[in-house]
Design a protein around this ligand. Structure first.
Ligand code: HAM
Length: 423
């Protein structure tokens, strides 16, 4: 038997109904905020991710699905979607429109990680990006939109962790501070962290080594946000304005001076939402501002901000009431020919019901009516329309209510109206 690949999975019905409902709500909410959908390719030039996500990150260093195609190009299955959106923005000169672009996307992403609960090699993200607006107002609105979305999925009690990672004005001083903090502890660093310290000291904050995590959590560990007032007053003001907007909009947030996010393109605002019930992989979503990404990719100077929600994780911790409603939905009506000669007539009845807006599951009864009715019951359908010779001559059908086993003869032309209140 050929099975699915490690870290990938099939999403089967009825669970796919839950996914579809979540995605429909995302589209609904994002369009209420003026966003349009963008669809970018699933694979891109490897260099795109090296230059945007960053060479020193775990994603680029050890998690990418990279291969050489038959034309000798190095391509990579996208590990995230922000780089592709920025690339498309530059390629199609969207900046020339002279207005901010608000874009959302849904789709699979790929990271070669060790699979476990909430962590897959193929996973799906729901994300949004705003390109061309530098203000704290937009940062706040992006976070408000997120909470609007999560609220409509009936989540309660979530809060966002917030930080500012400053800009190039603060980076050199911060990197120096981290290096000097670790200079006396370098012996206790593993190979990965020594590499991080040499190449990109901020990435030491991503370390999973418990000893390093303990050092990073200590009060003496330098915090970038503390450098902002002196070295980068504009970022400091941006951060303060965002916090006051969130307070006014009653968005619950906590400041986390150690939050830097595992991707290199961030400037100023970064945020994350974690959820209980996801085990060690508790990040439900993450996002932030990336004011240099578009120009680093050869485009005009264009600020950006966005987020991506891990849809697999979201579905895993979805509130029960939302899940149940999505699973129930409306069930189709079963239509069954009583005998083989009634097949065409059953087909016609199914068509009439569908034209009347009623969903129909047509059963073939090729093993006899009894076994077809058993199949209807197994499928959990409540109503079965039996199309047989006797009723046909009278211009009617038999409707069986599966739960009570009651049968009613209903005129064909009244069938839609008869069924509708019983769905
Ligand atoms: P990220 O933090 O790398 O950010 O991923 C966002 C979310 O994707 C995570 O919080 C998590 O829920 C989900 N995720 C990541 N890896 C996996 C995995 N292996 N299995 C299941 N879920 C996973 C980004 O991707 C940025 N592009 C977000 C962003 C958009 N920043 C600005 N704009």
């Amino acid at each position: 038997m050929i099975t699915s690949q490690k870290g990938t999975r099939d999403l089967l019905p009825p669970e796919t109904r839950v996914w579809n409902r979540v995605e429909a709500v995302a589209r609904e909410v994002f369009s209420l905020y003026g966003y349009d959908e963008i669809r970018t390719p699933v694979f891109e030039a490897t260099e795109l991710f090296v230059r945007s996500v960053g060479e020193g990150t775990d994603i680029v260093h050890k998690e990418m699905y990279t291969f050489t195609d038959r034309g000798g190009r190095s391509v990579t299955l996208r590990p995230e979607n922000t780089a592709g959106v920025a690339r498309a923005f530059v390629e199609h000169r969207l900046g020339q429109a002279g207005r901010p672009w608000k874009l959302y996307y849904l789709g699979p992403q790929f990271r070669y990680e060790r699979p476990q609960k909430g962590r897959y090699r193929e996973f799906r993200q729901i994300g949004a990006e705003v390109l061309g607006d530098p203000t704290a107002l937009i940062d706040a609105e992006v976070i408000v939109m997120l909470f609007d979305f999560l609220g409509r999925l009936q989540f309660t009690g979530l809060s966002v962790s917030l930080n500012s990672v400053g800009t190039e004005a603060t980076r050199p001083a911060y990197v120096e501070a981290v290096r000097s903090f670790f200079s006396s502890n370098e012996g206790s660093l593993g190979e990965d962290d020594r590499r991080r310290l040499a190449e990109n000291p901020m990435r030491v904050l991503d370390s999973k080594d418990p000893a390093v995590r303990l050092l990073v959590a200590s009060a003496a560990f330098p915090k970038l946000v503390d450098l902002l007032p002196a070295l980068d007053p504009a970022s400091d003001a941006h951060h303060r304005e965002l916090k006051s907007l969130l307070v006014r909009k009653q968005v619950p947030f906590k400041e986390d001076p150690l939050l830097v996010r595992g991707l290199d393109y961030y400037t100023r605002t970064v945020f994350e939402v974690t959820a209980q019930g996801l085990g060690a992989q508790d990040a439900l979503l993450g996002g932030g501002r990336y004011d240099r990404l578009v120009s680093d990719l050869g485009g005009p100077k264009t600020p950006g901000i966005g987020f991506a929600i891990g849809e697999d994780r979201l579905v895993e911790v979805l509130p029960e009431a939302f899940r149940r409603a999505a699973l129930e939905g409306t069930r189709p009506v079963a239509v069954l020919p009583v005998g083989v000669p009634d097949l065409h007539e059953a087909f016609a009845v199914a068509g009439e019901l569908r034209r009347g807006g009623i969903a129909v599951d047509l059963f073939s009864s090729h093993r006899g009516l009894g076994s077809a009715l058993k199949a209807v019951e197994k499928a959990g359908l409540a109503l079965a329309v039996l199309v047989g010779e006797n009723e046909r001559l009278r211009g009617s059908v038999l409707v069986k209510e599966m739960a009570t086993r009651t049968q009613s003869e209903v005129a064909r032309e009244q069938l839609v109206e008869w069924l509708r209140p019983r769905l």
